[in-house]
Ligand binder design. Structure first.
Ligand code: PMP
Length: 287
């Protein structure tokens, strides 16, 4: 049984509870982060902590009751208590439980945020079949709200997108708005054409992936050309390669889009190389 963290306390998962009045439950008024763990160490904790703070500020949530140094300790303690080698730490903060349902935000003096963290064990996370062989994606309309740069727990549409992909015999969906790909259901989307890595520019249209930032930095350091701009589904179908990035998928090749094989229909060479560089660098910097 897992040990989880709820509002300052560690407890068995079966004893962990949150109020029915919690605004995360009633209104999806909450934000989250997922930090990967490899060999018992946290990958890019600082990036996830910084984005958490930004998400909370953008939603006018009161500051966390603990410092980022203490939050790091909570992550580490959960790794220790759960003997976690490879997997993820899920963190969620909501605007708390005011004791009733109301559209008006509660007074932060009276209602403290709810914070929960738990571990997810994924042995061999960095050596997955999808990481090696790639995934198939379908395209769907992007029907999400307009502040996708805030990492909220409003994940119903991405979850439906994933189900549409599975129903179509694919692994995931790329979302399309105004004719251009925004991102995957839970990852950032890329194509490679003539050696150039193309991915949508940052804006409120997409989540500012922590893995995206690292991968683009490593790509530039390796003298690869990076173009941050929106691309279409047709362009993606004619690309040499495609891939996604996220904290738990790292860099994963995309080999098929709406039934059209991308490039040779096999991973490589750019995505597997980036995956290798990314894993090597983040393992070195893991804490
Ligand atoms: N876009 C969306 C919509 C996501 O949900 C995620 C993963 N949470 C990402 C991109 C990738 O972000 P990260 O690299 O920080 O995991």
């Amino acid at each position: 049984m897992r040990t989880v963290y709820v509002n300052g306390e560690y407890m068995p998962e079966t004893q962990a509870t949150v109020s029915i009045f919690d605004r995360g439950f009633l209104m999806a008024d909450g934000v989250y982060e997922v930090t990967s763990v490899l060999d018992g160490k946290l990958i890019d904790f600082d990036g996830h902590a910084a984005r958490l703070e930004r998400s909370m500020i953008e939603l006018d949530m009161p500051a966390l009751p603990i410092t980022m140094a203490e939050l790091l300790e909570v992550h580490r303690e959960l790794v220790r208590r759960n003997d976690l080698s490879d997997g993820m730490i899920y963190l969620q903060v909501t605007r708390g439980a005011p004791g009733d349902r109301d559209f008006v935000f509660p007074d932060p003096e009276e209602t403290a945020p709810t914070m929960v963290l738990f571990t997810q064990s994924k042995p061999g996370l960095a050596d997955s079949a999808t990481g090696r062989n790639g995934i198939k994606v379908i395209s769907i309309d992007d029907l999400r709200w307009g502040r996708r740069d805030i990492k909220t727990v409003q994940l119903l549409y991405p979850s439906m997108g994933k189900m549409m992909a599975l129903a179509a015999g694919a692994d995931d969906a790329w979302m399309v708005e105004d004719g251009h790909v925004t991102e995957g259901t839970s990852n950032n989307a890329y194509i490679v054409k003539d050696g150039r890595i193309i991915t949508r520019q940052l804006s409120t249209d997409i989540l500012h992936g922590i893995t995206r930032a690292a991968v683009l930095r490593f790509a530039r350091e390796a003298q690869m050309e990076v173009e941050e701009r929106a691309f279409t589904i047709d362009e993606a179908k004619q690309a040499d390669e495609a891939f996604i990035t996220s904290a738990s998928a790292f860099v994963t090749p995309v080999i098929d889009l709406d039934g059209t094989p991308i490039g040779t229909g096999q991973p490589g060479p750019v995505a597997p190389r980036l995956r290798e560089i990314y894993l090597e660098e983040v393992r070195k910097a893991a804490i």
